[in-house]
Design a protein around this ligand. Sequence first.
Ligand code: EPU
Length: 438
Amino acid sequence: MHDVLYVNGGNPLNGEITVRGAKNFVSKAMVAALLGDTPSELRNVPVIRDVGVVTGLLELHGVIVTADPATGVLHMDPRNVEVAHVADIDAHAGASRIPILFCGPLLHRLGEAFIPDLGGCHIGDRPINYHLDILRQFGAEVDKREQGIHIRAPRGLRGTKVALPYPSVGATEQLLLTAVRAEGLTELSNAAIEPEILDLINVLQKMGAIISVDTDRVIRIEGVPRLEGYRHTALSDRIEAASWASAALATGGDITVKGATQPEMTTFLNTFRKVGGAFEVLDDGIRFYHPGADLRSIVLETDVHPGFMTDWQQPLVVALTQATGLSIVHETVYENRFGFTEALRGMGATIQVYRECLGGHPCRFGQRNFYHSAVVSGPTPLYAAEIEVPDLRGGFSHLIAALTAKGTSQVRGIRLIDRGYEHFMDKLGALGAEFSRD
Ligand code: EPU
């Protein structure tokens, strides 16, 4: 199995790469195509494994998907949507968390849906209670069985009023994808308002939906009986852009990320600057570089938008190992997102994790035995090591650590990184990284 990368680190990454559409938007826009009576076209689609998984699920349900990986154009024709075989859907179990978002569209199109056991990164419990509660509130019947969850809506779906306990991205998307064709009005309070969600709303509006977003995290939807297909260019992947920015900082390099956009990255750019990184916003991307002076320690809390994204945290922590002083990182979105620091400690980093909320604001994980705060003491040289990739973002962080460390590291399980980083090995090559694949 060619799943190991030998990385010869210790050299700055310099050069230019391009990021395309956001993984966490593209997959949802693909599901939205199911709601249309006519074909849809999505542009700026990256070649990543999650897109492959959603393509497979759409095809199982009778959608004809044609993709041109070079131009990033995806056509989806949902005119003959049909019920898929449970065993076929089940074969996708463990591959992604996207299947749960098929519920609303499939209930509208077919009156039933089957959801296999969900996969995704192991960064916490990742329950789906909000999703199921929302579907029940719309009038769906949820039947949990051994191999998965069967959902039916024999009397159709009716608009409802939902207040989320936490502004969950997935639950907000679930509600949107269900409410647009439900009968009557739906109101969601405490909604997530990530840029990827707002772009999904753009797509749904192009399809004929009526959706308003208020300043107080309240989203209102007037259901419509039918939707058309859409043509849309996906917003760019701000998580991938920030990952390469962190790689530039940790390795003392200079990376121009074509396709990166400033408005969706404001909070990251502020933090990047506070740590001592420099950036230049260009017409077609952002240049991120280490200006030469010592990096500075910071206090950081992850949060929902417009806060500092949880997915930016793991790559940046590697750069913080090279900053002078004590950095404090408080993870408030997932209860278990510091597992990746163990490998960094093995490479020479000084990182302690704590159960307490260390960032300044108590979060819902305080007093609950979760190691969700970290103190990083730097700068510490990193040494080559044998590492096993734990999850998508943690894996990319390990890769950055291996590129920062002097000597040859063995990084195992790199296939996980393909889930969300398009052609990452080609990009590493373009940035002058020394590595070979086993
Ligand atoms: N939560 C519940 N119950 C639910 C749903 C969520 O308790 O039914 C909790 C989660 O356990 C978590 C919090 O709510 O503690 C936030 O989860 P959220 O629903 O917002 O996350 P998600 O929709 O499952 C998406 C991205 C993640 C990203 C988060 C936060 C996709 C496919 N995944 O996950 O991306 O970290 O939003 O921005 O869009 C990644 O790309 O590597 C990744 C993990």
